[in-house]
Design a protein around this ligand. Structure first.
Ligand code: ATP
Length: 352
């Protein structure tokens, strides 16, 4: 009987992986465990090293240091085509003169699989990716979203253990991109292949990923589920990069009281000294005059069921955003004075 690996066992272990280009350290001793069947996102600003990391996994770039273990085996010495990983390129790199069916069959023909087996696998992947009706079309006769699906199907048909995707939705417009995010997640679930996706779009990572890693200047800052990263960012950079965050500068005294101009609040477990209080727009509320702190409304922005109040704290002029239900924003207008309270259980403090 085959031993079945427990689901928590990593399929891929990235162990102190580094890459330097001359004086530039593109990836700096990054260690990460990717779990089997996980949808994992590598996220970070331009130049943080995401693509270089992905290219090392695929074998297109030689690491300067560290190891890549796939199911416990070091794959670093293997050529790209010998790795059970497949990279889907940002530019889909479809063969323009071949039909969709031919594009999908090509990789399997190179592997010299039997004709019947190739047809079966191509038909199967076209059904899963909703491409069957386009089997005989050429790439130029397809829309952007359909081309993206062909590229994905071509990567999946080879049944890699891990699929690497470099900004797979980058070429699509916003609406199609949002639809494809959900489709990609459904597909990943259906085919049961581990996906590692590179994106610079934090919303995209939050929507799609089971877990995500945030990189900056080649270094790993935080790895966790979207909830963990959003609710408990490890530092100020991550807090600012993921979602909208308000920052208020102040100090914490020996009683654990955070003080900033116009604001005084008790914080559990805070170190004394200068600190930045970080609070999400949805973790503040409008209160009666005399409570909370005072601000002046600069703008009321419409966000469907919610409104985002752009406020300047009266005592410091610090701009903040507060997200409230439309009903709480009724009658509020730019120029109005307003009182705001912060939910002390939903803040982060970053010591200086
Ligand atoms: P983007 O989102 O803009 O694609 P990225 O996070 O994918 O960025 P990388 O492409 O991995 O970033 O680049 C990381 C750093 O390494 C950058 O400073 C980049 O200029 C540098 N770099 C990447 N490839 C090379 C190369 N072949 N030679 C020299 N420097 C390189």
């Amino acid at each position: 009987m085959n031993a079945i690996a427990p689901p928590s066992e990593p399929i891929l272990s990235i162990d102190r992986l580094s890459k330097s280009f001359g004086p530039i350290t593109a990836v700096d001793a990054v260690s990460l465990d990717i779990r089997r069947n996980e949808f994992f996102a590598l996220l970070g600003p331009s130049g943080c090293g995401k693509t270089t990391l992905l290219r090392m996994l695929a074998g297109f770039e030689n690491p300067t240091g560290g190891r890549i273990l796939l199911e416990g085996q070091d794959i670093s010495p293997l050529l790209p085509e010998k790795r059970p990983l497949n990279l889907m390129f940002q530019s889909y790199a479809l063969f323009p003169h071949m039909s969709v069916r031919k594009n999908l069959a090509y990789g399997l023909e190179m592997e010299r699989l039997a004709k019947g087996e190739i047809k079966r696998r191509v038909d199967e992947i076209m059904a899963v990716t909703d491409l069957s009706q386009f089997a005989d079309r050429k790439p130029e006769q397809l829309s952007g979203g359909q081309k993206q699906r062909v590229a994905l199907a071509r990567a999946l048909v080879k049944r890699p253990k891990v699929l690497l995707l470099d900004e797979p939705l980058g070429a699509l417009d916003k609406k199609l991109r949002e639809r494809m995010q959900l489709e990609l997640k459904r597909l990943q679930h259906e085919v049961g292949i581990t996906f590692i996706i590179v994106t610079h779009d934090q919303e995209e990572a939050l929507v799609m990923a089971d877990r995500m890693a945030i990189l900056k200047d080649g270094q790993l800052l935080q790895c966790g589920s979207p909830e963990e990263v959003y609710e408990t960012p490890s530092d100020r950079f991550v807090a600012n990069f993921i979602g909208v965050m308000n920052f208020i500068e102040g100090t914490v005294d020996t009683q654990g009281i955070f003080t900033a101009p116009g604001i005084r609040m008790a914080i559990v477990d805070a170190d004394t000294g200068m600190a930045t209080l970080a609070v999400r727009p949805e973790n503040m509320m409008v209160v009666a005059p005399g409570e909370g702190f005072e601000g002046r409304i600069a703008d009321v922005a419409y966000h469907g069921l919610d409104r985002v109040l752009h406020i300047r704290i009266t005592a410091s002029e610090t701009p903040i955003q507060v997200r409230v239900a439309a009903s709480s924003a009724m009658g509020l207008a730019p120029g109005n004075s307003i009182h705001i309270a912060i939910d002390p259980r939903r803040v982060r403090l970053f010591a200086h």
